[in-house]
Design a protein around this ligand. Sequence first.
Ligand code: NI
Length: 167
Amino acid sequence: MSLLNILEYPDPRLRTVAAKVDGFGPQLQAFCDDLLETMYAAPGIGLAATQVDVHKRIIAVDVSENRNEPHILVNPRLTLHGELIDGEEGCLSVPGIYEQVQRAERITVNAQNPQGEAFSLEAEGLLAVCIQHECDHLEGKLFVDYLSNLKRNRIRKKLQKQQKQRA
Ligand code: NI
């Protein structure tokens, strides 16, 4: 397994719309393992393939306390249920920034596992929020897009400054 490099906002590659996965096999399985490993190492509770510059519809999530309930969702399709609720979100591609975002309180997600088998998952609470956040990445959307222009610009400048200092 290997750790993958995580793109950071405002990297334009984060705006890429991911393509449907239609080939399943050892190569896809290896990538899914790397994606999960990279998420755990970061550490984070979710990571989309988009964030590691692979523009395929794959997300990894694990919101469990013991980091032992991984979900890999290939070609996820969301159905939103319930009311919109406010919650604080962060993102491995927007390090150090946490802001309130509204999300549906419950979801159903239909997806495939890395072997190509279809399954359906019902989620609420943090897991539901996390899956919605990760599915946004596959559309080239980031949680900062839900904030005001003023706030987003401030975040962009702050991160660009950090990136320049590191370079
Ligand atoms: Ni994110």
